[in-house]
Ligand binder design. Structure first.
Ligand code: SF4
Length: 361
């Protein structure tokens, strides 16, 4: 639970809410735009930075509101350029954001160019209990606020200086659609013209399969969706991902079939290959059958091993064979390069380590 506070958390407010607040404080309307830009374009972490706001206004903001910025707690740098950030919330919780640099892309949706991607977290811990995931071992501690989700981008942008983030994936700690309202607010703020103005084509939200919220998400935003599938039978999936007991593969595929594909938006299925669990040629053939005639693509992900969870990476040959079967059946598939193998880059590893060190300190 967040500590009980009554002051509004400025970075979580919408543009309209911020305008109302500024108006109530007796300030001119243009001050709301200035303040919003400080919060969402320049990513100010303190009121002192907001130098073109009158000092008296800043003092009143400091007394009557909160600016809940994150602090960088640790950074791990990989030889492939990946940077993993452990960030500390104001109430001392640890979350992760992973920066994946300068990928040269030619993408149907985005055109050609350089892509600098940040993977952000949406919750402290996670309630979904996926067996292969380190974050799951924490359980759900609390939802992140919209401001905390957005602030991950600002803290990393500040650290990277003149090489700002171009793309976002909501695939870090937590199930984004289990923190639906705050994630939707964060998406609105990140796409705002007076803020970072990131196009919906450059943002992907990933879900483990919360079917009712997939339907809502499809109706309420144009942001892209990725579905973490990871199995081809319910028996197999329920063992790996307990969410399957509530919404099975059939319900999930049905929701994706109905997902509105505005402006060519295609759903991506994520499939993490786990050695001896879901990586056989039969699995590949079943996956192709499941996705037949759906306008989707598949991301195949070699497992980034988490110590103690008991799963292994099947290796490049198995991955290639799996992919060949999908391709031969007309399913578009890509292999997601495993980034940051030399650092604790698997989801949740760094934050869980930090939590354990904190607990034992
Ligand atoms: S894989 Fe994602 S949804 Fe599943 S437990 Fe981990 S963070 Fe949660």
């Amino acid at each position: 639970m967040l500590p009980l506070v009554h002051e509004p958390d400025l970075r979580s407010l919408s543009f309209d809410e911020l305008s109302t607040l500024v108006d109530r404080m007796g300030e001119k309307p243009y001050r709301a735009r200035q303040l919003f830009r400080w919060l969402h374009q320049r990513g100010a972490a303190s009121f002192e930075e907001m130098t073109d706001l009158p000092k008296t206004f800043r003092e009143r903001l400091a007394q009557q509101t909160r600016l809940a910025s994150l602090a960088i707690d640790a950074v791990q740098q990989s030889s492939d350029g990946t940077r993993k950030y452990r960030l500390r919330t104001q109430d001392g919780k640890l979350i992760e954001a992973v920066y994946m640099p300068d990928i040269d892309v030619e993408d149907d949706d985005e055109g050609a160019g350089i892509r600098r991607t940040l993977c952000v977290s949406t919750q402290v811990g996670c309630a979904m209990g996926c067996g292969f995931c380190m974050t799951a071992t924490m359980g759900l501690v609390r939802n992140l606020t919209a401001g905390e989700i957005v602030d991950q981008v600002h803290r990393v942008n500040t650290d990277l200086k003149d090489r700002p983030i171009t793309n976002l994936v909501f695939m870090g700690m937590g199930e984004p659609l289990h923190n639906y309202a705050n994630v939707m607010r964060a998406l609105e703020l990140l796409q705002h013209q007076e803020g970072l103005d990131i196009s919906h084509r450059r943002i992907t939200v990933s879900t483990s399969g919360l079917v009712p919220n997939i339907v809502r998400f499809g109706q309420e935003t144009q942001v892209k969706l990725a579905v973490s599938l990871n199995a081809t039978t319910d028996e197999q999936r329920a063992r790996l991902m307990p969410v399957d007991r509530k919404w099975n593969i059939g319900a999930l595929i049905d929701a994706v079939r109905k997902f509105p594909s505005k402006q060519g938006r295609r759903v991506t299925f994520e499939y993490v290959l786990l050695e001896g669990v879901n990586d056989t040629d039969d699995d590949a053939a079943r996956l192709a059958t499941l996705l037949k005639n759906l306008p989707v693509k598949v991301n195949l992900i070699p497992y980034n091993e988490n110590p103690g969870l008991g799963f292994g990476d099947p290796g490049p040959e198995r991955l290639e064979s799996f992919r060949n079967i999908l391709q031969s059946r007309g399913i578009t598939s890509m292999v997601r390069k495993n980034r940051g193998r030399d650092i604790a880059a698997a989801c949740g590893q760094l934050a869980v380590q930090g939590q354990r060190q904190g607990a034992s300190a």
